[in-house]
Design a binder for this molecule. Structure first.
Ligand SMILES: [Zn+2]
Length: 106
């Protein structure tokens, strides 16, 4: 079993080291984060969030598929929160019913 150490934060530079960095590093002042997963996928990890999706219903996954790209992560945050403001027997935020959300009690 190999143990992997994951660093989500880039190297920290002291003031003295910073003076030796190439000039473009100081100008951009941004860090590139890339995710790598066991299935071989990798890509830009800007704004990356992870949730335990055990128990997400097929209806929830369909909503994740259907939603606009720029709204997908906030919908995932909403699902993960488990807080659904109910109105007229459906969530006022995601539009799913308690049954579709797998919620037994409202
Ligand atoms: Zn909801």
């Amino acid at each position: 079993m190999t143990t992997h150490t994951i660093s989500l934060i880039g190297p920290q530079f002291t003031g003295d080291q910073k003076n030796h960095l190439p000039e473009h590093h100081e100008k951009e002042n941004t860090m590139s984060n890339t995710y790598f997963s066991d299935d071989g996928n990798y890509g830009p990890a800007n704004g990356l969030i992870m949730f335990n999706t055990d128990g997400w219903s097929p209806e929830m996954w369909q909503e994740i598929i259907d939603v606009e790209d720029n709204e997908r992560s906030s919908l995932a945050v909403h699902f993960s929160s488990g807080h659904h403001p109910w109105r007229d027997a459906m969530c006022n935020t995601c539009g799913l019913t308690p049954f579709e959300l797998g919620v037994l009690e409202v």
